[in-house]
Design a protein around this ligand. Structure first.
Ligand code: NAI
Ligand code: MG
Length: 495
């Protein structure tokens, strides 16, 4: 790793602790979590494995900052200015953040820079602007008593209080921003809990927030295990809302825990996202579009395409084009600028995904595997295309979260829709067609929170994103994003 920028080397060599009250605070636990480079399996850093007392300290810091009013009563334009300043600092340190992301997560440095850090900037700027667009309404009410009294009423939106943002490992910085920034823009105070394997960039971001002028205690970070730090955070009585992105089982567990005290929660969960390719699809656009949708970040994307349904007309040309594309992809470290497929995030994710690939030949007509990774100690998985799996095969029912794609021939569009909807998930989907009638009508028949036409996986801060069915509760992004971090209060004045 001798070619790393010096600031990256020096950040990695720090003793990473918790970030509470605007500074690094030693954990009360002696346990540590080791952080590995997925390309080599080698240790690159270690972080605190926070316990319940650490979580309590972080929540109390956030609660005190909230109560003090230092953030929530600040003029909205000032909050906006500070968050825009944070974006400038992220831009200044873009290369450092991108390297850290590639080193702890495994993804390509191109994706880390061009998508993750660039996306982080867009989302911070979008959400900063929302801070000055919080509005309520005024309305006439017709209360008849006492005789002659008149009333007018209006609504205020007020921050819910202390928010726990629980972050997954697939886009630790970008999704970290999705969990933290709308809460900050709304005037809440936050404790971020990154995933066990990828805590470095959010620790870095929290320090940048302090540099940008976010007051102490407003943005705290506890690193640690989901079962300990995550769980203590969700159960803490001073936490008013949990904003979570991750697996459906943990999402359900969080929803159950929140129900004890009726904490607010929003959940962005798993997906098993279908693409439907119709007879008139333009394959020159469809094949690269589906490859990107399926293999971006090694398929570790909640909205990734993982099931393709194609009608008989295009089955042969599509399957051979996808097979060629999958077998020709180059596989290598995220820091290798020529590698199109990089390692998965962790040994356990590599093992989980490999188990699906190993049993696929028993459940499908044909399995096509791409190249091996260059380093057997790295967490590589061969990109894999599974042709015509059985309808009940694990590879077509389960969220795999790896570079594994299924292609199924269907009789007609009706069967494609029926199979696409035959899932407990409903996060995202796509339709590939040149036919206006199909492009307009099919998206309405698909049970998913986002449906793309002739595209898949393209997101934008202005476009609401959320799941149908077991893919989640609530929405991220869009003009109403802050509302889920705010209470609505009605004020009624008699005159
Ligand atoms: P996970 O849901 O366990 O982890 C996500 C976050 O939740 C991490 O920060 C983790 O520490 C935390 N967490 C875990 N248990 C918790 C608890 N009891 N209370 C509070 N927080 C808790 O996901 P995991 O195990 O890392 O990945 C398993 C599968 O989940 C993946 O293979 C994939 O299918 C899915 N997943 C989906 C994501 C998405 O973007 N929707 C992101 C990550 C994983
Ligand atoms: Mg888990």
């Amino acid at each position: 790793m001798s070619s790393l920028p010096p600031q990256v080397e020096s950040f990695l060599s720090l003793s990473h602790e918790l970030y509470i009250n605007g500074r690094t605070v030693r954990s009360q636990s002696s346990e540590r979590l080791t952080i590995y480079n997925p390309a080599t399996g080698q240790e690159i850093a270690s972080v605190a494995d926070a316990n319940e007392q650490d979580v309590d300290a972080a929540v109390n810091a956030a609660h005190q900052a909230y109560q003090s009013g230092v953030w929530r009563t600040m003029p909205a334009s000032e909050r906006e200015r500070i968050l825009l300043r944070l974006a400038e600092l992220v831009e200044r340190d873009a290369d450092i953040l991108a390297y850290l992301e590639t080193l702890e997560q495994g993804k390509s440095i191109h994706i880390a820079k061009g998508l993750e850090v660039a996306g982080t900037l867009s989302w911070i700027r979008y959400v900063a602007g929302l801070a000055t667009k919080i509005t309520g309404s005024t309305f006439d009410v017709s209360i008849p008593m006492p005789a002659g009294a008149r009333y007018t009423a209006y609504t205020l939106h007020e921050p819910v209080g202390v928010v726990a943002g629980i972050i997954p490992w697939n886009f630790p910085l970008l999704i970290g921003v999705w969990k933290v920034l709308p809460a900050l823009a709304a005037g809440c105070c936050v404790i971020a809990k990154p995933a066990e394997t990828t805590p470095l960039t959010i620790l870095y971001l929290a320090a940048l927030a302090t540099e940008a002028g976010v007051p102490d205690g407003v943005f705290n970070v506890v690193t640690g295990r989901g079962s300990v730090a995550g769980n203590s955070l969700v159960n803490h009585p001073l936490v008013a809302k949990v904003s979570f992105t991750g697996s459906t089982p943990v999402g359900k567990h969080i929803a159950r825990s929140c129900s004890d005290t009726l904490k607010r929660f929003s959940l962005e969960l798993g997906g098993k996202n279908p693409a439907i390719v119709l007879p008139d699809a333009d394959l020159e656009q469809t094949v690269p579009g589906l490859m990107l949708a399926s293999f971006l970040n090694q398929g570790q994307v909640c909205a990734a395409c993982s099931r393709i349904y194609v009608t008989p007309e295009l089955f042969k040309p599509l399957s051979s084009a996808l097979a060629d594309a999958v077998t020709s992809m180059t596989v290598g470290a995220g820091l290798d600028p020529t590698a199109q497929i990089n390692p998965l995030v962790s040994l356990s994710q590599q093992q989980k995904v490999s188990a699906y690939i190993d049993k696929a030949p028993l459940e499908a007509e044909h399995v096509i595997k791409g190249k091996h990774g260059p380093n057997p100690a790295g967490y590589y998985v061969q990109p894999t295309l599974i042709i015509n799996p059985a309808p009940t095969a694990a590879c077509i029912t389960d969220e795999i979260f790896g570079p594994v794609l299924t292609l199924t021939q269907v009789a007609d569009t009706d069967e494609a829709i029926r199979l696409a909807n035959n899932s407990p998930y409903g996060l995202a989907a796509s339709v590939w067609t040149q036919n206006l009638q199909a492009a307009m009508s099919l998206p309405r028949l698909i049970e998913a929170g986002t449906v793309w036409v002739n595209s898949h996986v393209m997101i934008d801060p202005a476009m609401p994103f959320g799941g149908y069915k077991q893919s989640g509760v609530g929405h991220d992004f869009g003009a109403d994003w802050l509302k889920s971090f705010m209470h609505q209060k009605s004020i009624c004045i008699r005159y």
